[in-house]
Design a protein around this ligand. Structure first.
Ligand SMILES: Nc1nc2c(ncn2[C@@H]2O[C@H](COP(=O)(O)OP(=O)(O)OP(=O)(O)O)[C@@H](O)[C@H]2O)c(=O)[nH]1
Ligand SMILES: [Mg+2]
Length: 365
């Protein structure tokens, strides 16, 4: 059948209108869908997921510094503010010994040593280049340290080396033990640590974290237990089970507190009941920031315990890292280890020549 719209009798108008409505609705629906699709491609309608950065765009991993670089970074403040300046100060417009004197005092160098160095500069330094002055300063400090640093080391144990670590509160004893344990273990040694700081549960837990990380054994007792008992048990186990190293952590104490100093001597004495040589080393941890005041501490600890060495920590924290020279010269006890930061790689055996050259700004050979 043909539809004739002009036919006045055409009575299918309703059908036709319905047809238009249907077609119109379909068109409207299609248009709206199209619009939505367009919107969804332009602007995300949901929260974005995690951004995955292609590997090549990531920042390069921080460089891993070797020990020479770490030492140099750690001594930066002492070098730039004190020791590295002497050459320029001296060979400027004429020798300015007053300025050098002032700089050395702020770095906590003992008076006698300062005066001796100034006299040497005055006598041998005139007309020399900054580099020659640095050499002169280096030579002077080496002369002071070498006789002590080159002493024969403490006798090593046949089987178990017992190292007792002492010092004032917060000097860095526990951290140093953690670093040392990690280092010794990585060198293939069998290591056991005695948690003799029984005053604070947190101190034992702090040590436990280090020991777990290093993968070494630890002897711990109940809070408040007698520290010398823990030291005894640690050394007994160490000797019986042929550990290579026993590291004994102790609670920090003021060198002026006689009771606490007596407790340390007792702890030391008790260990010698297992092995007459134990402890083979008694190392005093000194915080470089303490500067010249460290000498008084060191003298008291030395008197009570006959120190075999010093661990000089936190050299990175101040411009006083050079105070080691005065301490070694006056106490006559060598530095065994040096610490320049909080990570495991920041503790290292002390190398006098490298330390002095780095301090004054000479190229290490
Ligand atoms: N910057 C720097 N910080 C260090 C160094 N050695 C240790 N420290 C920090 O010094 C703080 C004290 O260290 P500890 O090892 O707890 O000192 P401690 O002597 O055991 O303290 P007590 O047990 O409380 O007497 C910690 O925050 C260490 O991370 C170092 O060489 N450089
Ligand atoms: Mg501690």
């Amino acid at each position: 059948m043909m539809l004739d719209f002009f036919d006045p009798n055409f009575d299918n108008v309703e059908v036709l209108i319905s047809g238009f409505v249907v077609v119109g609705s379909v068109l409207t629906y299609w248009m709206s869908q199209r619009k939505q699709r367009k919107i969804s491609t332009d602007v995300p309608t949901e929260a974005p997921g995690p951004v995955v950065v292609p590997k090549k765009d990531l920042a390069p991993a921080p460089p891993k510094f070797n020990w020479t670089q770490r030492l140099s970074l750690g001594l930066e403040k002492s070098r730039s503010e004190v020791w590295g300046k002497i050459g320029n100060l001296f060979s400027g417009e004429g020798p300015s010994l007053d300025e050098i004197e002032e700089v050395l005092y702020t770095a906590d160098i003992p008076t006698a040593l300062v005066q001796e160095l100034l006299a040497k500069l005055d006598k041998d330094g005139k007309g020399k280049s900054p580099e020659e002055i640095q050499q002169l300063v280096y030579g002077f400090m080496k002369e002071k340290m070498a006789p002590v640093q080159n002493q024969a080391p403490a006798e090593k144990a046949k089987v178990t080396n017992v190292i007792m670590i002492v010092g004032v509160n917060g000097a860095g004893k526990t951290t140093t033990i953690g670093k040392l344990a990690t280092k010794l273990k990585s060198e293939g040694h069998k290591v056991i640590v005695g948690a003799c700081d029984t005053f604070r549960a947190a101190a034992v837990d702090q040590l436990q974290v280090w020991c777990d990380r290093a993968g070494v054994d630890m002897v711990r007792a109940k809070d408040g237990a007698d520290p010398s008992g823990v030291a005894f048990d640690t050394v007994a186990k160490g000797v019986k089970e042929s550990y290579d190293y026993c590291l004994i952590d102790t609670a920090g104490r003021l060198h002026t507190n006689q009771n606490l100093m007596d407790e340390l001597t007792k702890t030391k004495r008790v260990m010698s009941k297992i092995d007459a040589q134990a402890p083979n080393e008694v190392l005093l941890v000194l915080d470089a920031i303490t500067g010249q005041n460290a000498l008084k501490q060191a003298q008291e600890f030395h008197k009570a315990l006959q120190l075999t060495g010093i661990i000089f920590t936190k050299c990175d924290g101040s411009a006083k890292a050079g105070s080691a020279v005065g301490i070694v010269d006056q106490l006559k006890v060598p530095i065994k280890y040096i610490g320049v930061g909080e990570s495991v790689e920041d503790l290292h055996e002390f190398d006098m020549e490298l330390y002095l050259k780095t301090l004054v700004g000479l190229q290490p050979t």
